[in-house]
Design a binder for this molecule. Structure first.
Ligand SMILES: *[C@@H]1O[C@H](CO)[C@@H](O)[C@H](O)[C@H]1NC(C)=O
Ligand SMILES: *[C@@H]1O[C@H](CO)[C@@H](O)[C@H](O)[C@H]1NC(C)=O
Length: 352
């Protein structure tokens, strides 16, 4: 066995060990989640013919076929909230496909919209799904704040819960009950911190031109339909009219107090520790370390010199073995409609 091999076996062993440590330290499920029925709280967003009610309860399956993707939207908009669903992604030949669960008010505030995203970006052939989180506030579409990650499980095998908590204090993205990213409402964030009522959206769509390795791998419809399954939806928050914001704040004070006190809003020391471990092991891109894109990091970025060591100037991991860097070309890509939002400065997909 040459040195390279023994090295990679050691790496493999270490990866397994840390994975075992990571998963065994995941805290218990959220307490007191109350799910809502799709029929009561949601309506089709587009391609209703591709939205199928599930037989096992109150959820729906979103289909993507050669004719269309599909999507749904909550009937109400919420002034802060906890938005969540258990999702099972399509499993084979998923390149070019985006499955997204996100909050937005882009339909009401075209130029000054707010948005919080969890977007699954397909997998290159033989590669697992990857995903990103992102946010916009008051139309800050020329300041993407993407982070990208892999997962410690195969999201097409089982249902897993994906959640977005949005309060006046902070935003937390969750995978199952692991907080993976926290954004504080701060002076530095200013109006880029989402502040107006948003609806919850879920979509599946063809993003062949950018989603996987910068558009290198397209959707292969020989394997369609692609089905993203959604169930056990949660919508906690204060339903609000985005235009009548002034009254809503007062009316929502009880709902805000409940949100702040909920189990999912508590970042206990053990949850904070699992967030740190997740970010050390599974985050492979951060806008805060991407100096090609932001020569001066955005103001809320706290540059940790130890963490910075792990990232290249492209904001990508230096030793991310499974994420080769094909080229240096950087292209701006505008998003297709049906995706999380309209045209914007998205993360250039010069690598996977
Ligand atoms: C993927 O393809 C394999 C082989 O064709 C099949 O056994 C498996 O069920 C597929 N997985 C999914 C999630 O569709
Ligand atoms: C949001 O953006 C609009 C348009 O650019 C601007 O007029 C407004 O002052 C901004 N709001 C805040 C809170 O900064």
């Amino acid at each position: 066995m040459d040195r390279r091999h023994s090295l990679s076996y050691t790496t493999l062993l270490l990866t397994f060990l840390s994975l075992a440590l990571f998963t065994s330290s995941i805290a218990a499920a959220f307490r007191d989640l109350s799910t809502v029925s799709y029929d009561e709280k949601f309506t089709p967003l587009f391609a209703e013919f591709n939205i199928k009610h599930r037989e096992d309860g109150d959820g729906v399956d979103l289909h993507l076929n050669p004719y269309a993707g599909s999507g749904f939207i909550s009937s109400d908009m919420y002034n802060y909230g906890f938005f969540s669903a258990r999702i099972k992604l399509p499993g084979n030949h998923t390149s070019g496909i985006v499955v997204a669960i996100y909050t937005s008010n882009g339909d009401v505030f075209e130029k000054t919209h707010d948005e919080l995203d969890i977007e699954f970006l397909g997998g290159a052939p033989g590669r697992p799904w990857r995903f990103q989180t992102n946010l916009y506030g008051n139309g800050s579409t020329n300041r993407g704040r993407e982070e990208r990650y892999t997962l410690w499980f195969d999201p097409s095998k089982e249902f897993h819960r994906y959640s977005i908590l949005w309060t006046s204090r902070n935003i937390i993205f969750y995978v199952d009950n692991v907080p993976i990213r926290e954004v504080m409402n701060s002076e530095e964030m200013g109006a880029d911190y989402p502040s107006k009522p948003m609806a919850l959206y879920a979509t599946i769509w063809d993003a062949s031109d950018w989603a996987t390795a910068g558009g290198k791998y397209k959707v292969d419809y020989n394997f369609s339909p692609f089905i993203a399954q959604f169930k056990d939806l949660v919508l906690d928050g204060c339903p609000s009219d985005p235009i009548q914001l002034a009254g809503a704040t007062w009316e929502c004070s009880d709902a805000h107090a409940e949100l702040d006190a909920a189990d999912y809003a508590l970042i206990t020391p053990s949850r904070r520790a699992s967030m740190r471990r997740f970010r050390q092991k599974f985050m492979y891109y951060s806008y805060c370390y991407d100096v090609w894109r932001y020569p001066v990091p955005l103001p809320e970025c706290v540059i940790d010199p130890v963490e910075k060591e792990r990232f290249k100037e492209s904001g990508r991991l230096k030793f991310g073995g499974s994420h080769p860097r094909p080229g240096r070309q950087r292209r701006k890509r505008s998003r297709r409609s049906r995706g999380s939002s309209g045209s914007r400065n998205t993360l250039a997909d010069y690598a996977m």
